[in-house]
Design a protein around this ligand. Structure first.
Ligand code: NAP
Length: 288
């Protein structure tokens, strides 16, 4: 087994971002800015937001945080987003998900200015991602792509995992992870299979893969019966089991196999936050 060290890879990337932010500050006297919005008091969301704000501070990005009441009206939330759209100090806007139960996230995401949509979930950015053909285009055109899939591509690249002409199986088809990841892998010429809860023969399909990405949200779901030796196994899941965090992969079951693997925590999680910083920088460059 070879560990894909998300923490180390992420720290190296954050150092690059920090240097770029410093250069921007020297040249313009201003820092890129990220606004975060939390609606309600979801405990996990509060922890994620704290880590995002801290990560911003560490690389010199200015952060602006807004906490709204759980019962805030649609109008109140959208008015705040509109104000942030107009604020020239703010380059990126992140609406922390999930929203409280009765609110459909997309209604709110649609009101974020696409040039500030650092989560890459606005239909404009999601559409662009689907229309582009190559990875080079994504990079050259500074497209805002969802942070977790972007982080996974970075982990694959830094762990020298070949993607072109390889079979990648994604388990999970969410707008946040599975779907955009499929586009990114396609842009690097992988053969992509997306699976979900209605997929039959999941084990057989996974066994055919060179790369398996588990984004399911079910603790320890993937074990050694799903995979063959020689693959890269990326665990996106964040599950809380008796006060501990674990992934979608049963690490104990696969740890003696000849595979490359990420851990939870310390794998995709830190990369996701790093890509949020990267997207804020992208938004800054595009808007200037
Ligand atoms: P989601 O929207 O709940 O999607 C889960 C996906 O898994 C769905 O497509 C679902 O299929 C599929 N699924 C459920 N049971 C399955 C089964 N038995 N076999 C095959 N597929 C199955 O979740 P998400 O937002 O993509 O997140 C997935 C996990 O990643 C969660 O644990 C989340 O906390 C974690 N996450 C981590 C990060 C990070 O930074 N590390 C970022 C985002 C998410 P259907 O579509 O058919 O229901």
């Amino acid at each position: 087994m070879e560990l894909i060290d998300g923490k180390k890879i992420s720290n190296e990337k954050r150092e690059e971002i920090r240097e770029k932010v410093e250069k921007i500050k020297r040249q313009t006297g201003k820092a890129p800015g990220l606004a975060t919005i939390l609606v309600g008091k979801n405990l996990a969301s509060q922890i994620y937001i704290k880590s995002k704000i801290k990560a911003c501070e560490n690389v010199g990005i200015k952060s602006f945080h807004y906490n709204l009441y759980e019962n805030s009206s649609k109008e109140e939330i959208i008015n705040l987003i509109k104000k942030l759209n107009e604020n020239s100090e703010i380059d990126g806007i992140l609406l922390q998900l999930p929203l409280p139960q009765n609110k459909d996230a997309q209604d709110y995401i649609n009101s974020i200015n696409p040039s500030k949509d650092v989560d890459g979930l606005h239909p404009f950015n999601a559409g662009l991602l689907n229309l582009l053909k190559s990875w080079d285009e994504i990079i050259k055109k500074n497209i805002l792509v969802p942070c977790t899939p972007l982080g996974i591509m970075h982990l694959l690249s830094k762990s020298s995992t070949e993607v072109a002409s390889k079979t990648a199986v994604i388990i999970g088809r969410s707008n946040l992870v599975g779907k955009p990841l499929s586009m990114l892998l396609l842009s690097k010429n992988a053969t992509v299979i997306i699976t979900h809860s209605k997929t039959k023969n999941l084990k057989e399909i996974c066994k055919s893969a060179d790369i398996v990405i588990a984004a399911i949200g079910k603790p320890n779901f993937i074990n050694k019966e799903f995979i063959k030796n020689g693959i890269a196994l990326i665990d996106v899941g964040i599950n809380r089991v008796s006060d501990k965090i674990c992934g979608d992969v049963n690490f104990e079951s696969v740890k003696d196999m000849d595979i490359k693997i990420t851990t939870v925590p310390g794998g995709v999680g830190p990369m996701t936050i790093t890509m949020l910083l990267e997207n804020t920088l992208k938004a800054f460059y595009s808007r200037k």
